[in-house]
Design a protein around this ligand. Structure first.
Ligand SMILES: Nc1ncnc2c1ncn2[C@@H]1O[C@H](COP(=O)(O)OP(=O)(O)O)[C@@H](O)[C@H]1O
Ligand SMILES: [Mg+2]
Length: 293
């Protein structure tokens, strides 16, 4: 392959301590992350990738922030299996800014302890109030020493200006490769369904769950039928996420379908439903599910 402008950007990223990659869908964030990781690993550095792109995950399932540490170039072939997961509970983070920012910051903090270079691959929400709020607070907490903005038109300018003005961050703006053909919405939805299918692959157990194991806590007298098909994060005792589950309301009470039930301490409620058969997703509001408002 010939030298492209992104090769220079990948070198910049490979020399950073915490690099944050921003860009809309299919601007080449993940490709850049992997190229930079390869360079850094070649130079003898250990690399952690924090994949915060919950709608289009590369490390771990959708609706979660995934963390993976790489110690050798060959490790990049096993990209999908995460070392740590943090549940966000949505694939549309504009609606769950707090959860998204906390998950990302927590994973980056952990990653700093585990590697010389942390590469943060962020969500495609880059503009509007939600995009700017997400990027601002992520940058504030993750304290990157290098930010890369992959830009197609002028859509990155507001967020870039904000990070420079308010946080004094060093941002490199570079055009997204014009040859990249964005996926069609159908193909994107299919990719996500496939990713959920991998996260919820058989053999699935159906664990009976008590109404006291949820975060947030269920209100007294809640009709448990309202939680049917809600996506949950299966949590361990240390605040980590073991994997995903789907709630089902059965005659004998609530159950969770999951393949990561060993060591389960509690369940975090997501803000989406997932059909257990088709794995099609729909957005819900927890407040509405719980309180009808
Ligand atoms: N510089 C590039 N030249 C050609 N194709 C690319 C380039 N960067 C990425 N791609 C392709 O474009 C698609 C989207 O890239 P990806 O890195 O997954 O984007 P993002 O993570 O921003 O959604 C992928 O199929 C990838 O192989
Ligand atoms: Mg990506």
């Amino acid at each position: 392959m010939s030298e492209t402008s992104h090769d220079g950007v990948a070198r910049e990223v490979s020399r950073a301590t915490v690099a944050m990659l921003m860009g809309s869908v299919d601007t080449g964030k993940t490709t850049l992350a992997l190229n930079a990781a390869r360079l850094a690993l070649g130079a003898g550095r250990t690399v952690a990738i924090v994949d915060a792109d919950v709608g289009n995950s590369t490390i771990g399932p959708p609706a979660c922030v995934g963390l993976k540490v790489f110690r050798a170039v060959e490790d990049l072939e096993e990209i999908g299996t995460p070392d740590r997961l943090h549940f966000v509970g949505t694939i549309t983070p504009a609606r769950l800014v707090l959860q998204q920012v906390v998950a990302t910051a927590a994973m980056v903090d952990l990653a700093r302890e585990m590697a010389d270079l942390v590469i943060l691959d962020t969500t495609a929400v880059v503009s509007g109030v939600a995009g700017e709020t997400l990027k601002y607070h992520k940058a504030e907490l993750c304290r990157p020493d290098k930010v890369i903005a992959l830009q197609r038109g002028g859509e990155m300018e507001p967020v870039v200006g904000m990070l420079r003005r308010f946080l004094g961050l060093e941002v490199t703006v570079t055009p997204a490769d014009p040859n990249v053909m964005p996926l069609s919405p159908d193909a994107r939805a299919q990719k996500r369904t496939d990713a959920f299918a991998r996260a919820l692959a058989p053999p699935l157990d159906r664990w009976k769950v008590r109404p006291t194991v949820f975060a947030p806590t269920l209100p007294m007298g809640l009709n448990l039928g309202r939680l049917d098909h809600v996506l949950v994060g299966v949590q361990d005792e240390g605040g980590g996420c073991l994997g995903l589950g789907i709630l089902t309301n059965e005659e004998d009470g609530l159950r969770v379908m999951t393949n990561t039930g060993e060591g389960m301490k509690g369940l975090r409620l997501g803000s989406m439903k997932l059909d257990p058969v088709t794995l099609e997703s729909s957005v819900i509001s927890l407040r509405e599910v719980m309180f009808g408002i």
